[in-house]
Design a protein. Structure first.
Ligand code: ZN
Length: 80
């Protein structure tokens, strides 16, 4: 049974503070909302905003690469 790589990296930092970044995009094809989450040790928006993200629209199945900074909304939650 294989373990996804992201679980390995999270396992070593399980004692550290964790934040979930929830980003809300507008699908470039159908204009409906696409929400994704990222996990980070950083609470600041800028750390995640520097990334490019793959988003998949659940309405029209369009795949897009978008800069995180293009999100319409960016929420951060403590994830202890
Ligand atoms: Zn769409």
């Amino acid at each position: 049974m294989s373990i996804p790589a992201y679980r390995i990296s999270l396992g070593s930092t399980s004692q550290a503070a964790m934040y979930v970044h929830i980003l809300l995009f507008r699908c470039p094809d159908c204009n409906l909302p696409v929400a994704i989450s990222r996990v980070s040790k950083e609470k600041t928006l800028e750390v995640v905003d520097a990334e490019f993200l793959h988003i998949t629209c659940s309405y029209c199945d369009k795949l897009s690469d978008v800069p995180a900074a293009a999100a319409k909304k960016h929420y951060v939650e403590d994830w202890a």
